[in-house]
Write a protein that binds this ligand. Structure first.
Ligand SMILES: NC(=O)c1ccc[n+]([C@@H]2O[C@H](COP(=O)([O-])OP(=O)(O)OC[C@H]3O[C@@H](n4cnc5c(N)ncnc54)[C@H](OP(=O)(O)O)[C@@H]3O)[C@@H](O)[C@H]2O)c1
Length: 275
């Protein structure tokens, strides 16, 4: 029996645990978890039947595969806390943004095999990409286990770690950006008419869901869809022109802003490394 440990049961930790149980990939009885206050972990245990441990050390000691589902700045202190429980028979899986495989390897100690994932909230619908990068010493068996777990809740995409920052914005942060764009589109309509916001938002959501269905057809590209709706000389074309002119700068700013925040976090992590 493989014991799966989770340190951190917040938004993403609890989502992964629930999805692994719901898809039948892991039995609740094979999952142990801890959180900082114990509140989120205990609430999850009541709903799922997983076992909660009072300390991170117990999780590290008992788990064969250990998921770190904590914020980037918590990774180093938690690994310092549990390092003496880690050994070469453990597989460490971090979902934290920004913290590199090199740092994970250094902080977890010699021989511990490390994997980095960037999951997405879209895993709640068993869809979307999950970025995966393998650290030194990870075995073929480790890869098979991790990929089979992930493939039930999304599409694992193995890529080199140096793409993680940018690709995280195309996968993991993207749902928030898409929702924000739709919210602003609805808000623009609401500045023109006095109707219930719920009506306008549901019209936009229905259009978006239909659009996603059309794009799900592998033969439909963004351009195919735009060309079909924005016919030459028509009304839609005028709106597309505005987006074509103004969106590149907006999205450059979005990617620059997220990267600036990542660099800040990396700097704080590096500063802590040197203390
Ligand atoms: N949210 C996303 O869509 C998303 C997507 C991809 C990657 N991620 C990554 O996932 C990680 C977690 O993000 P999140 O959104 O799930 O954050 P979150 O909701 O704030 O959850 C953080 C969890 O970490 C626990 N924690 C903090 N310090 C701890 C400690 N010393 N020992 C044990 N547990 C500790 C917290 O415990 P309490 O519950 O007791 O406070 C909480 O359960 C981050 O590194 C983030 O980069 C998130």
């Amino acid at each position: 029996m493989t014991c799966f440990g989770f340190i951190g049961t917040g938004s993403m930790g609890s989502l992964l645990i629930r999805r692994f149980i719901d898809t039948g990939m892991i039995a609740a009885t094979d999952i142990i978890a801890s959180s900082k206050t114990g509140i989120s972990a205990n609430a999850l245990a009541v709903n799922t039947g997983i076992t909660i441990k009072a300390t991170n050390n117990e999780i590290a000691r008992e788990a064969d595969i250990l998921f770190l589902c904590i914020k980037p700045l918590e990774i180093k202190p938690v690994l310092e806390e549990i390092r003496h429980e880690l050994s070469e028979d453990k597989l460490l899986v971090s979902i934290a943004g920004v913290v590199s495989l090199d740092d994970l390897t250094e902080w977890s100690g010699p021989g511990v095999r490390c994997v980095r994932l960037i999951p997405s909230i879209t895993a709640s619908q068993s869809s979307g990409a999950i970025l995966v990068a393998w650290g030194r010493g990870v075995t073929l068996e480790d890869m098979t286990v991790v990929k089979s777990l992930l493939s039930m809740i999304g599409a694992p995409v193995e890529i080199e770690e140096h793409y993680f920052d940018l690709f995280a914005d195309l996968t993991s942060t993207a749902p928030a950006f898409f929702a924000k764009m739709m919210q602003e589109y609805a808000a623009a309509a609401l500045r023109k008419v006095d109707v219930p916001a719920a009506l306008v938002e549901s019209l936009v959501q229905l259009a978006m869901m239909g659009t996603v269905k059309i794009l799900s057809n592998e033969e439909t590209s963004f351009n195919d869809l735009i060309d079909k709706v924005a016919t030459k000389g028509g009304i839609t074309e005028e709106g597309v022109k505005v987006l074509h002119d103004q969106l590149p700068a907006v999205f450059d700013d979005v990617l620059n802003a997220t990267q600036a925040k990542r660099e800040l976090l990396k700097q704080r992590i590096a500063e802590e490394k040197n203390t």
